[in-house]
Design a protein around this ligand. Structure first.
Ligand code: RB5
Length: 145
């Protein structure tokens, strides 16, 4: 399952991402927002982060204007590894190396076609499971910083 969230700055791109997920027959749940009306991104970051933490097999996709606010907010939730991506390479490698469970994009930064490729790369790539990556992720889990 893919949990989607955006603020008003990411609403339009989220609508396009949803159409792409439909075409791939990938299941998703959109946790809002539901229009271009101004909302607060931390609310939607938290909604998606909480779902992803509860369902370990799921992934999240968050979109705000720049992607920065959603990244900061989502990464405050323990166990969330949110990656702000504006290119396909980063989107794939952050799954392989960082086991990122939330993809973040900037709706005012990247275009539709790139966003669709980024999302597809992210959701179709698995964590490598390599010992060195597991070790580093464990260090992050244990860290208080
Ligand atoms: C909203 O105008 C904008 O600040 C928000 O979408 C995001 O870019 C914050 O990081």
């Amino acid at each position: 399952m893919i949990y989607l969230g955006s603020d008003h700055g990411g609403f339009e791109l989220k609508t396009k991402v949803k159409k792409h997920l439909d075409s791939l027959t990938v299941e998703y749940i959109d946790l809002g927002c539901d229009s271009n009306d101004s909302v607060d991104y931390p609310v939607y970051a938290k909604k998606v982060a909480d779902k992803v933490i509860k369902d370990k097999t799921s992934l999240g996709v968050l979109i705000c204007g720049t992607g920065i606010g959603m990244s900061i907010a989502a990464n405050k939730v323990k166990g969330i590894r949110a990656a702000l991506c504006s290119d396909c390479y980063t989107a794939k490698v952050t799954r392989e190396h960082n086991n990122s469970n939330v993809l973040v994009m900037g709706g005012r930064v990247i275009g539709e076609e790139l966003a669709k490729e980024i999302v597809e790369g992210f959701i179709k790539t698995d964590f490598s499971g390599d010992e060195r990556h597991v070790r580093r992720l464990n260090m992050l889990e244990e860290s208080d910083c």
